[in-house]
Design a protein around this ligand. Structure first.
Ligand code: MGP
Length: 233
């Protein structure tokens, strides 16, 4: 296994995992392929390890989770966000993804993040500090596919300005669910606009998306206005 700092998921409340403890065990199997239990286990295990590592991603990514129940007890914003799992290959991604709940199954108030490894999903992280976020709101029906397409575009490095991306978050909310992509240099308008336009294409989304600088959100909270907006065509 090539993953550095890979952690077993620790979230055990009813929020995020289904049977994540089995994550990755069969992540490398092709459709229809079965494990032959009669094989010599050491040979099988070496073959298995080699196969798991076969499609490394350009970046390692970490899933983070914040449950509404934990948030309700937190002393300061962000103290209840938990680092769940880091993955570095496409097989590991599917191993995790297939064993966790889709956003639409999460409790209202939950936040689920996927950020580049070692970037914390907080304004305070030095790599995020001068950044901002594109946000789109969805009706529940499209939430799960939009989240998956966002993840695949990010980890598959489909954005021309992928280096600008810190990660993405899905906020499950009563009024309107949201998905945001966080970026590093909010003042780089060309890069932000490129990311926003490509994201809309990947999602096949013709809704308005808006970009808010973290600096503005810090100062103005919910009164912060979008600096960049992409309207329906
Ligand atoms: P938000 O992410 O802008 O809206 O954060 P959300 O999550 O839709 O709001 P909710 O009420 O539905 O949960 C809302 C508030 O959380 C902000 O106004 C801040 O007070 C705090 N907050 C959010 N973020 C992303 C940060 C952060 O990175 N650092 C700190 N210190 N506070 C944050």
């Amino acid at each position: 296994m090539v993953v550095e700092d890979t952690q077993k998921p620790t979230i055990t409340d009813n929020q995020i995992t289904t049977n994540l403890n089995t994550t990755n065990d069969h992540a490398d199997l092709e459709e229809g392929e079965i494990l032959d239990d009669a094989d010599d286990s050491s040979v099988a295990s070496k073959t298995h390890s080699a196969a798991v590592a076969r499609n490394p991603l350009e970046n390692s990514w970490t899933f983070w989770f914040d449950s509404p129940s934990a948030k309700a007890k937190q002393a300061a914003w962000g103290s209840s966000i938990r680092n769940i799992y880091t993955f570095s290959t496409i097989q590991e991604f599917w191993g995790v993804y297939n064993n966790i709940n889709n956003p639409s199954k999460l409790a209202l108030g939950a936040d689920f993040y996927c950020f580049k490894h070692k970037i914390e999903p907080k304004w305070e992280d030095p790599i995020c500090a001068n950044g901002g976020k594109w946000t789109v709101s969805f009706f529940r029906l499209k939430l799960d596919t939009s989240w998956l397409y966002t993840l695949l575009a990010m980890i598959g490095e489909q954005f021309d300005h992928g280096d600008e991306i810190c990660g993405a978050v899905v906020n499950v909310r009563k009024q309107q669910d949201k998905i945001s992509i966080w970026t590093k240099n909010a003042s780089n308008e060309a890069a932000q606009m490129s990311i926003g336009k490509q994201w809309k294409e990947f999602l096949d989304c013709n809704e308005t998306i808006s970009f808010i600088f973290h600096e503005d959100a810090k100062k103005l909270d919910r009164a912060a206005k979008a600096t960049y907006t992409i309207y329906p065509v």
